[in-house]
Ligand binder design. Structure first.
Ligand SMILES: Cc1cc2nc3c(=O)[nH]c(=O)nc-3n(C[C@H](O)[C@H](O)[C@H](O)COP(=O)(O)OP(=O)(O)OC[C@H]3O[C@@H](n4cnc5c(N)ncnc54)[C@H](O)[C@@H]3O)c2cc1C
Length: 453
């Protein structure tokens, strides 16, 4: 194919592949959606190469799906059969570092945990952790999905940290967006627009982010409750009190049962809250005391963890534990987010709807931000059961939108949630389509993700 010949000429030999095993790796992400093999994979190593590749694809109207680690959960990294995968995982350099300004400029392929390891010596860190994927997720992927995690209740998500981007638009033009000023009021905020755009507006080739100081101390505490509703009411109340918590994780009793079964933790099989507080010793003491007071108001009792288990070590195993519950079954997930006061209603709705349909439901999440993961287990070979689980998923999302929430508080839209995107955004999707074409006039950048043109 002429276009592949032309693309090969743009990069050294070891940066281009049409080998089946490498096309297979590039064909999927961590979603349960089927993979799609691209025409080729190209590993770019600098901005100029990216620009030349995009220019060539623009001429020939070849779709490009940019890839970091491929850990996305909604199919946003799945390529098109007539397109290429532009893999940036070899662009891992720290370009510039200003510890006194609490800022760093990095290439997009650097891995979240590697960056934090580098910053640790200076007592700094990049807070919006992407949970269990911190050891693989790239900063470029995190910006593109606006990733956030357990500490976002205190520190915010990725978007809040991005100051400046170097991007390549769909015509191959290199553009700098934003600057290093923290406070700014200077025109349209295109940096925020790129964050969360899932590779549909531009390819990100350099990122300047803000950092935070590592907390002086950390304390983890956990509580169990008589029922899910009381636990979620305690969360609303702690937020209303303005309690300064770094993390508030909710795990329902089904999740705790799954954890006990996988890891023998011997936890009380009751809905639980795992909390973390950051600060000096006095702050840890006073906040822990206040959290204790609020939780006990709703019947919460302190949860003693055996063998000095850390709550986050336990939390880490949640998805694995759910999978383990029914070997051969597939997880159907969502990551809805809504105003915090709706949490009790949403938890109840998820369980009631699933129970009525005989589907196994688990709910957990960063509930301090109103984010709930509802994970179901269903047998994919049993079409009736699979359809039922999908229908429940759909009902949960529709209910979230009715309550003023969003389809995705964390993982993005990709292909997985595309069908209900218009329901959430209405006519605003037409404006998004026009914006997309300004950045990418031939619709070659990750086409078909989020919405159709
Ligand atoms: C076990 C597990 C736990 C997870 N936990 C969390 C969590 O707590 N919070 C959370 O937010 N997510 C979580 N995720 C999802 C995922 O890790 C994040 O979305 C992560 O930010 C994706 O990074 P990546 O490098 O893998 O991106 P990829 O999957 O490679 O790409 C994601 C999207 O970004 C685009 N993209 C990637 N790099 C660029 C670039 N340089 N320029 C333009 N577009 C680009 C891609 O085209 C795609 O649309 C989890 C995933 C797993 C597997």
């Amino acid at each position: 194919m002429d276009i592949l010949k032309k693309l090969t000429s743009l990069v050294p030999e070891d940066q281009f592949s049409i080998q089946a095993d490498q096309l297979n790796v590039a064909s999927e992400d961590e979603s349960t959606l089927p993979g799609v093999k691209p025409l080729a994979v190209i590993w770019a190593t600098n901005t100029k190469e990216i620009s030349e590749i995009v220019k060539t694809c623009y001429e020939a109207k070849i779709p490009i799906t940019t890839r970091g680690a491929g850990s996305a959960l909604e199919g946003s990294t799945i390529p098109l059969p007539d397109g290429i995968v532009l893999d940036l995982s070899r662009m891992t350099n720290i370009i510039e570092y200003w510890p006194d300004d609490l800022q760093v400029k990095v290439e997009p392929g650097i891995i979240y945990d590697d960056l934090n390891l580098y910053l640790k010596n200076d007592g700094l860190f990049f807070p919006p952790s992407p949970g269990g994927s911190g050891d693989i997720a790239t900063i470029g992927g995190m910006v593109s999905t606006n990733a956030s995690g357990i500490y976002s209740v205190k520190y915010g998500g990725t978007r809040e940290y991005v100051l400046e981007l170097e991007v390549i638009t769909g015509t191959g033009e290199i553009v700098k967006l934003g600057n290093r000023a923290i406070k700014r009021s200077s025109g349209y905020n295109l940096v925020d627009l790129i964050s969360g755009s899932e590779g549909t507006l531009a390819v990100i080739s350099a990122i300047t982010i803000k950092l935070a100081g590592l907390p002086e101390g950390r304390r983890q505490i956990a509580f169990i409750f008589g029922d899910e509703k009381s636990a979620s009411k305690a969360v609303s109340e702690m937020c209303r009190y303005g309690l300064d918590l770094a993390a508030i994780e909710f795990l329902d009793r089904a999740v705790i049962q799954a954890l006990n079964s996988l890891k023998n933790y011997n936890l009380d099989e009751l809905p639980s809250l795992f909390l973390e507080i950051h600060g000096p010793e006095e702050v840890l003491d006073s906040n822990a005391e206040l959290a204790n007071e609020v939780c006990s108001e709703f019947g919460g009792k302190p949860l003693m963890l055996a063998d000095n288990h850390n709550p986050w070590e336990i939390r880490h195993w949640v998805t694995e534990a759910i999978k383990h519950r029914k070997p051969g079954y597939t997880i159907l997930r969502n990551d809805v987010a809504f105003p915090i006061s709706k949490l009790p209603e949403m938890v109840e709705f998820c369980h009631k709807t699933a129970n009525e349909n005989n589907i196994i439901m688990h709910t957990f999440g960063h509930v301090g931000l109103g984010l709930l993961h509802a994970l179901m287990l269903a047998n994919r070979d049993d079409q009736q059961e699979w359809d039922k689980a999908q229908k429940i998923n759909d009902l949960i999302i529709r209910k979230t939108i009715d309550l003023g929430g969003t389809i995705s508080g964390e993982h993005g839209i990709g292909l997985g949630h595309k069908d209900l995107f218009e329901l959430e955004h209405g006519k605003a999707v037409n404006l998004m389509r026009k914006i997309k074409l300004q950045f990418d006039p031939k619709n070659i950048l990750n086409p078909g993700k989020i919405f159709d043109i």
